[in-house]
Design a protein around this ligand. Sequence first.
Ligand SMILES: [Zn+2]
Length: 258
Amino acid sequence: MGLKVRFLGTGGGRYVTAYQLRRTGGFLIEDRGLLVHIDPGPGAVRSLKDFGIDVRKIDVLFVSHNHPDHVTDAAVVLEGMTEGTRKKRGTFIGSRSVFEGLDDYKVVSSYHLRPVEKHVVAEEGVQVELGEAGLEFFGVKHTDPTAVGFLWRGSKEVTFITDTGYRRGIERFVGDVLVVNLEVMKEVPSHTSPEVVRRILEGSSPKVVLLTHFGMSVLRYGPERIARELEREFGTEVIAATDGYMWEVAGEKSLFEF
Ligand SMILES: [Zn+2]
């Protein structure tokens, strides 16, 4: 079975999250027999249920940084993954702030880590092997200074760029598939705007770009409109994800050959 990327939610930022204008459950990568859940924000477990995914099937939980729209449901997913903490299984990966807290905010306690087979503090330069796949982490430029993105090396390379301002050299981590959070329209330091995505695409050549984690200004402008604009500019397939959307290598929307 080939690679699948499925969106449990495509909302992000304070307002879209609080008002649930889009779901905020993060997304899943299914590849090489592993199910990886990324950034379980509020409602992640509700979305897993609604989209028919058994939480006990999640092998790896990854949290890019310790902000509520990325981490709120992490403890609940960990309890689900480990069958109520009774079964020792799974891998939990998070930025340093997820383990140590940011200011006084902390969701994942040592109680929740105990039943997990392995946990990894993700930092630039750190790599982990997971069965027949691997993950490499890289730093970004965000208001949580320990925030990290990753490059998944499985049947394809999938890059996840979390909330970030433009960071020089980030392009070198971009693989075949690029999942990128698009938070704001205006250029602000430490947050992802269309301009940041443009700069990343100027220095890289992914075969497909999947936009997600839309903030209020992005929803107002229209994620689909941004996708069309980027597609015209770069000639790369760009998809504005929607809640529940699944992208597959041989899926309807991507019939190209890798
Ligand atoms: Zn954030």
